[in-house]
Design a protein around this ligand. Structure first.
Ligand code: ADE
Length: 234
């Protein structure tokens, strides 16, 4: 059964001082990403080194320690292990091992053409005005479920929660991040229009590479913002 859960799209705490919700400066970032295709441009961009297991990467980018993790391939089917179960497990294990100051869940998502309709009445759970001024991203509510296509039940939950984008990991990462009190932000790039005319899977595959470049750009801008704004010992 599908379960759609609304998650805040972004919720970086204490952004203006570069500090997390507690009093910790942000010096380590964990990037959680579902697909290898989405991960590799960021690995190159941040100059990360592959660890022995082949699905975790680490490095230092402009003084920030960055760990990037993806769940790897399904051992039977050989496809990327997308979805909520893998991302929750991965996030849990990675927080335990790495104790990051901040999590960025980056990935692709489906969008809706009737943005205004979906957006009306939505409440922003956490405000990050400085980050948004700098990086020029839209803010919206993310709905997460284990299906690329939208079932009627999903649609009802998406409408009820005023969601404007739809992915397969965000709410799971948000759940675990909350459980372990690590602030998390969600950066999603739209590959397909869920309520558009084209079949979702086809549109997703068609746009994946180009949209991944946009995702790479957005995540870099977010990390640069966090880095520039971070003032140690203040
Ligand atoms: N990732 C990219 N497009 C998506 C969609 N339509 N639903 C869920 N996850 C997605």
């Amino acid at each position: 059964a599908e379960e759609e859960a609304a998650a805040a799209v972004e919720s970086v705490a204490g952004e203006s001082s570069g500090k997390t919700g507690g009093d910790r400066p942000i010096s380590t970032i964990l990037i959680v990403i579902a697909m290898q295709t989405e991960a590799l441009p960021l690995v190159a961009k941040f100059g990360l080194i592959e660890d022995a297991d082949g699905s975790t990467y680490h490095g230092t980018y402009k003084g920030l320690r960055i760990d990037l993790v993806w769940p790897g391939k399904d051992i039977i089917l050989g496809v990327d292990s997308v979805g909520t179960v893998s991302s929750a497990l991965l996030t849990f294990a990675s927080i335990q091992a790495l104790k990051p100051d901040l999590i960025i869940n980056a990935g692709t998502a489906g969008g809706f053409k009737v943005f205004d309709l979906y957006g009306i009445g939505s409440r922003q759970t956490f405000s990050t005005p400085n980050l948004l001024k700098e990086v020029n991203l839209k803010v919206g509510r993310l709905s997460t479920g284990n299906s690329l296509d939208m079932s009627p039940q999903d649609e009802a939950s998406i409408l009820a929660n005023d969601a404007t984008i739809k992915d397969m990991e965000g709410a799971a990462v948000a759940y675990v991040a909350d459980l372990l009190s690590v602030p998390a932000i969600f950066v999603k790039a739209v590959t397909d229009i869920v309520d558009g005319d084209k079949p979702t899977a086809e549109e997703f595959m068609q746009n994946l590479i180009a949209v991944t470049a946009a995702l790479d750009q957005a995540v870099t801008e977010v990390v640069d913002f966090i880095n520039d704004d971070w003032e140690p010992n203040k």
